[in-house]
Design a protein around this ligand. Structure first.
Ligand code: ADP
Ligand code: MG
Length: 920
């Protein structure tokens, strides 16, 4: 009993001594966490360098864009071919992917030898060989008559320019084929395949083995966004934000970056960590000075490192009684498989003893313990370094996503990771220690590198099919210049109908005379009240106008909500509410006693017989109060004031908001003869020659016409460009069949059009995983202001996702891109249609004046125009394109509907005082 104890004690002591000896000897290879954190920081800096436009050329870590932008989403399906060149064996595969909700796939493959004369011959020979093998494989599987997409795993550093195009940067490993470097390997493969007339294969993608691994794991686990290879070579890829990839156009979404991290340290960045053994190993390698990080990690070099260490220790008398064997002097005599076997601690020292004996080293027990520990230090260092670089990638991912904790999956392939008994455990542990704020799952890939090419192809195939469907949905929103010209011409015709006596009654563009005949001349002054009804808000304003040298306009206003039940209740209730708001305002301003002149901006179509009379033709936008249509709105307002019997007002003018806008801008720029609104609704007014206005007496001078162009198309004349989504929006509106042009161009409807498209895309399975959420079903949920936000160029996709999230729409990165595209198509069409309409107006003005070239200013108001990031530009471009003889200046109106009404009132008041009451 005692003896056994003593023996055990003796052995433990012996073991400790050996371990201490090796630890001391190799202290430089044992990396503390502090050192690893430092390596991590260095690698992060190297990644940033590789991604930067100006720094890429000098970066050692090349960060190659792979043009793989999407991970599998489980809806992939089909039959795909793949060839895998660059691994330890050449392989042809057939991968069947099923869209059965269980992420299942079926793989059949065949390995082919890679004879030396092929991998060290000419490029033509190599690709012919690949094509021949593929043909053989297809014949054996009876596939030669099918047209199949093919993915190409090509595990050498390549500079890709497309998913299916990439030039070889340099051969690595045991390959050295002439005439391939710098050329596109996909087209070489295609050329070789075309020689076989009997097969029809379409090369859709080319991928690196790391990317293949990530994609294969991504099919099983949607969180997978990193691919890692720890085998003969080592490398990693991950999904980077496009906006950080300087070398590829575009800022949207993500792209997989093949880091080629094996070259980390080639500029000396790791020299302080490299030992004399690393340097010796490098000098004896095929590519000295290159792939220095890889040489400290990958399985190709681990055994050789161990051998160099053992050799030196033996020479110094620390092992094997100082006796060096010939085997120990032979390069590559110790391989990875030996290191793995020696580190099988469960099997004690027997493997070690056997291996060392085979090397003629006559090991003692102590020697075996020491050698086993040398192996451990070398392989542990590999795992440590790999973990540090991986931790840097994970941190980058976490920061890109702006989250405190990252949950992600790393797909792994490679012999060292798969066969070494302790490697995975060590790697995982160190990574978790270095990045405690990342929850990482490590997923071993099954034939990842080969199958991955098929997966990439499957994803590319799915995306191409989806793209086709999305394009088909959005195609009707793309209007050609010819179509826009046609819209302009139709608008022009409708303007004429509205002005002519015979056609005017049935015209859809009503061309309502406003009895506003001139612009302010600067002599107006006084205090006025103004009301602004017809948009999102109801406002009451007090406007003080000064004339002469101290010419200025001062305004005070208060916004009042009009509850939905009042907008859509009875007319009496609506006008009582308005008067109530006026009373509040007068009270608030302390001017209840003063009988001020009032201008009423009423932004609905009104048939006017004088400046202070206006019969409502019909409600538009969100209003639908009963007993108003056909009534004089000024009378209704007067009656409501009388009913309240609390104060009196002098209602001088009823004004459309377009007219107010034109007048406000006209106050600054006398050349402003057009007023445009692009807000909740869409409308235009302009100064027309009296002689063209048949329904108003007189042929002298001009009068402002409120076109009410929102009704354009109500006779079906633009039905050829209306989409089914426009029809759905129309059917769901308060005034179905009416205001068709307005419903394609204004703020109240654009969001709703987008919502209808999103529903359709979702039904087709192209968005939101095919799930129509409760919120997407809600009418009005997608407000037009979200279009502005989503389409803003400054906004990253992540923020688009956040906006959608707020709307209850749980979107992926790809969903967000599609939603943004939909918004763009809808708002662009709106701006173009609006521009086409405006082109008709300015052209008419030019012809009226009988000039070759017209200079004119358009006063514009409306939040859509003012806040949408692209609307105004596209509108202006369209006008320029469709009315090239007109030089149009766009002038933003500052609060046109309030200020304009007061200005009109002031002018009317002045004219009234000199005895002209009916018009201005
Ligand atoms: P109105 O036309 O009602 O007098 P506005 O010109 O302010 O008033 O337009 C309001 C409309 O503008 C809203 O109904 C909404 O559709 C739209 N809108 C609001 N915010 C934005 C925005 N950020 N971008 C584009 N459109 C917007
Ligand atoms: Mg307005």
């Amino acid at each position: 009993m005692f003896a056994v104890h003593l023996l055990a004690f003796h052995f433990t002591k012996l073991k400790e001594d050996q371990i201490k000896k090796v630890d001391r000897y190799l202290y430089h290879m044992r990396l503390s966490d502090d050192v690893l954190l430092d390596v991590m920081a260095r690698f992060r800096a190297e990644m940033a360098k590789g991604l930067g436009r100006d720094t890429n050329s000098t970066a050692t870590v090349k960060m190659l864009p792979s043009f793989v932008r999407s991970l599998p989403d489980g809806s992939e399906k089909g039959d795909f071919l793949a060839v895998d060149l660059g691994g330890s064996q050449f392989r042809a595969l057939e991968v069947k992917v099923f869209n059965d909700g269980k992420q299942s796939s079926q793989l059949e493959s065949k390995f082919y030898p890679t004879p030396k004369e092929v991998i060290q011959g000419s490029g033509t020979e190599l690709f012919n060989y690949v094509a021949d093998c593929l043909l053989d494989f297809m014949e054996s599987k009876n596939l030669q008559h099918k047209k199949l997409p093919l993915g190409f795993t090509f595990s050498f550093p390549c500079k890709q320019t497309k998913l299916e195009e990439g030039a070889l940067l340099a051969w690595t490993k045991h390959f050295k084929v002439r005439g391939v470097q710098g050329t596109d390997v996909v087209s070489s493969l295609r050329k070789a395949l075309q020689k076989h007339k009997d097969i029809d294969v379409d090369v859709l993608a080319m991928v690196n083995d790391t990317v293949g691994t990530m994609m294969t794991c991504g099919y099983d686990d949607p969180h997978c966004e990193v691919g890692l290879i720890i085998g003969t070579g080592t490398n990693a890829c991950y999904m980077e934000e496009m906006r950080h990839i300087d070398l590829v156009e575009g800022d949207e979404g993500r792209m997989c970056i093949n880091t080629e991290w094996g070259a980390f340290g080639d500029d000396g960045a790791l020299d302080d960590l490299r030992t004399e053994f690393d340097r010796e190993l490098d000098l004896g390698s095929l590519n000295p000075g290159k792939q220095l990080f890889e040489k400290m990690i990958s399985s190709l070099y681990l055994g050789e490192l161990v051998r160099l260490i053992l050799l030196k220790m033996t020479k110094e008398g620390l092992l094997f009684n100082g006796k060096v064997s010939t085997a120990l002097l032979t390069k590559d005599k110790i391989e990875m498989k030996h290191v793995c076997a020696m580190e099988k601690y469960k099997e004690g020292l027997s493997n070690t003893k056997e291996i060392l004996t085979e090397l003629n080293l006559f090991p003692s027990e102590e020697d075996c313990i020491a050698v086993q520990h040398v192996c451990t230090i070398v392989s542990f260092r590999s795992a440590n370094l790999c973990a540090a670089a991986l931790a840097a990638i994970l941190t980058r991912l976490r920061e890109n996503k702006k989250v405190l904790r990252l949950r992600t999956t790393v797909g792994i392939d490679g012999g060292l990771y798969k066969t070494h008994p302790q490697y995975p455990k060590r790697l995982h542990k160190v990574v978790r220690r270095l990045v405690p704020n990342c929850d990482v799952r490590f997923l071993l890939s099954q034939s990842g590198s080969s199958k991955g090419a098929a997966m990439v192809t499957a994803v590319a195939y799915r995306l191409a099919a989806q793209r086709k469907q999305i394009d088909a949905v959005l195609a009707p929103f793309l209007l050609s210049l010819d179509t826009l010209r046609e819209v302009k011409n139709k608008m022009r015709a409708e303007l004429e109908y509205g002005l002519k006596r015979e056609t005017q009654a049935s015209a859809t563009v009503k061309m309502l005379p406003t009895y506003v005949c001139g612009t302010p001349d600067g002599t107006e002054s006084g205090k006025f009240l103004a009301l602004d009804l017809g948009g999102t808000n109801f406002r009451v304003l007090l406007v003080k106008i000064r004339s002469g040298r101290r010419r200025s306009v001062q305004m005070y206003n208060k916004i009042f909500a009009i509850p939905l039940e009042i907008m859509q209740g009875t007319g009496e209730e609506l006008f009582d509410h308005i008067v109530q708001c006026i009373a509040d305002f007068l009270e608030y301003m302390g001017i209840k006693g003063a009988r001020l002149p009032l201008g009423f901006t009423f932004s609905f179509p009104c048939r006017q017989a004088s400046i202070d009379k206006g019969t409502l033709v019909g409600w538009t936008k969100g209003f639908k109060a009963t007993d108003c249509e056909g009534e004089d709105v000024v009378d209704m307002l007067r009656e409501a004031i009388r009913r309240r019997n609390e104060f009196d007002l002098d209602i001088v003018a009823v004004v459309n908001d377009t007219v107010g806008t034109m007048m406000t801008c006209g106050y600054e720029d006398p050349n402003c003869e057009i007023g445009l609104i692009a807000g909740t609704g869409s409308n235009v007014c302009y100064m027309e020659d009296m002689k063209n206005i048949e329904i108003v007496e007189g042929n002298e001078g001009k009068m402002c016409i409120n076109t009410e162009w929102g009704g354009f198309g109500d006779n079906g004349c633009i039905d050829n460009i209306r989409t089914k989504y426009d029809k759905q929006v129309d059917e769901g509106s308060l005034n179905a069949g009416k205001q068709r042009y307005e419903k394609m161009t204004s703020g109240m409807y654009l969001g709703e059009i987008v919502r209808q498209i999103l529903i359709d895309l979702t039904k087709q399975g192209l968005l939101f995983r095919g799930q129509i959420s409760e919120s997407l079903r809600k009418r009005g949920i997608f407000e037009t202001k979200f279009l502005s936000q989503i389409e803003s160029d400054r906004l990253a996709l992540l923020q688009v996702r956040r906006i959608l999230q707020q709307l209850g729409l749980d979107s992926t990165c790809e969903d967000s891109i599609i939603v943004k595209e939909v918004c763009g198509a809808v708002s662009r069409r709106a701006a173009q249609l609006c521009g086409a309409g405006l082109a008709a107006i300015v052209e008419k003005k030019r012809e009226n004046r009988g000039v070759e070239h017209l200079q004119i200013t358009v006063g514009v108001d409306g939040t859509l125009y003012k806040l949408h990031p692209h609307f105004s530009r596209v509108l202006q471009e369209t006008v320029r394109e469709l009315a090239p003889q007109c030089d149009v200046t766009f002038m933003l109106s500052e609060d046109g509907s309030g200020k304009g009404a007061a200005l009109i009132t002031a002018v009317a008041k002045r004219l009234h005082n000199i005895g002209r009451k009916d018009k201005l």
